[in-house]
Design a protein around this ligand. Structure first.
Ligand SMILES: CC(C)(COP(=O)(O)OP(=O)(O)OC[C@H]1O[C@@H](n2cnc3c(N)ncnc32)[C@H](O)[C@@H]1OP(=O)(O)O)[C@@H](O)C(=O)NCCC(=O)NCCS
Length: 213
C-alpha cells in the first residue's frame, strides 16, 4: 500500500468512540468539527515547519526553517511515516494543526520510536496530540511491544502529556541534542495475553542473541 492509498482517519475533537483498524484509529464522527489524520504531503511541509518552529521547544534546540524543511522533505522522499492532523480553520478551509513522525523498529532496530510530535499552539488541549499518538501507537504496537521517545528535561508540559498517555521515564541522556539539556528517555509497554509479541528473528537466533525470551 502506498502512502496515498492508506486510509485517513476522520475524528471529531475530543472523540468519544474509537475503533481500531490496521495501522489507524478511526473515531466515528459525531457533531462538530472533525480532524483528519492523514499522511503528510509535500505541500504540507511549509505549514508544518512554521508550526514547529513557532514553539519554544524547537527554538531552544536551535532549529532552523531550512534544516527542518530538508529533514521533512528527505523523510517524505524516503516514505517515512509522517502524518498530519488537518483541522478546520473555517467551515471551508482546513489547516495543519499538528504532526507526528514515527519509525517502526526505530529504537534499537527492535521497538517503536516516536521521533517528532507537535501541535500548533491554537489547537492545544483539544485532544489532537492524543489523536496523533493514538495513530502512531496503533502502527507501532502492531509491530513491537515497546515504544520509546525522547523528551527534553525542560519540556515539562510534554512530559505531563506523555505520562498521561502511559509513558514513563526510564533514563536520561545528558547533552545529547543541545549542550546543558538532558533528553529523558520515555517508554511505553504493551502487555499482551499469552506469548510476548513475535520479533523478526527466529527462536534459535533469539537464543544466541539473548533477545527477549
Ligand atoms: C505536547 C503536545 C504535543 C500536546 O499536544 P495537545 O494536542 O495539546 O495534547 P492533548 O490535548 O491531546 O492532551 C492530552 C492530555 O495530555 C495532558 N497535557 C497535554 N498538554 C499538557 C500541558 N501543557 N500541561 C499539562 N498536561 C498536558 C493533559 O492531561 C491532556 O488532557 P486534558 O486536556 O483532558 O487535561 C503539545 O503541547 C506540543 O506540541 N508542544 C510543543 C512541542 C512538543 O513539546 N512536542 C513534544 C516533543 S517530545
Amino acid at each position: 500500500m502506498t502512502r496515498e492509498d492508506r486510509p485517513a482517519s476522520v475524528m471529531p475533537l475530543r472523540p468519544s468512540r474509537q475503533s481500531k483498524l490496521w495501522g489507524v484509529i478511526v473515531n466515528l464522527t459525531e457533531n462538530g468539527p472533525s480532524v483528519v489524520i492523514r499522511p503528510m504531503r509535500r505541500d504540507d511541509v511549509a505549514a508544518t515547519v512554521a508550526l514547529a518552529l513557532a514553539t519554544p521547544l524547537w527554538q531552544r534546540h536551535g532549529g532552523t526553517p531550512a534544516a527542518l524543511t530538508a529533514r521533512l522533505e528527505e523523510g517524505l522522499a524516503a516514505s517515512a511515516a509522517i502524518w498530519v492532523a488537518d483541522a478546520p480553520a473555517t467551515p471551508e478551509v482546513s489547516q495543519i494543526a499538528g504532526f507526528v513522525w514515527y519509525v517502526v523498529r526505530g529504537a534499537f532496530q527492535r521497538s517503536g520510536y516516536v521521533m517528532l510530535l507537535g501541535v500548533a499552539d491554537q489547537y492545544r488541549r483539544q485532544g489532537i496530540g492524543r489523536m496523533l499518538m493514538a495513530h502512531a501507537e496503533a502502527r507501532l504496537f502492531a509491530e513491537a511491544d515497546d515504544i520509546f521517545l525522547l523528551v527534553s528535561d525542560f519540556n515539562t508540559p510534554a512530559q505531563r502529556f506523555y505520562r498521561q498517555l502511559g509513558y514513563a521515564q526510564i533514563g536520561a541522556i545528558p547533552d545529547y541534542i543541545t549542550p546543558g539539556v538532558a533528553e529523558l528517555i520515555f517508554r511505553k509497554r504493551q502487555f499482551r495475553q499469552g506469548r510476548p509479541h513475535e520479533q523478526s528473528f527466529g527462536t534459535a537466533e533469539r537464543t544466541t542473541r539473548g533477545g527477549k525470551p
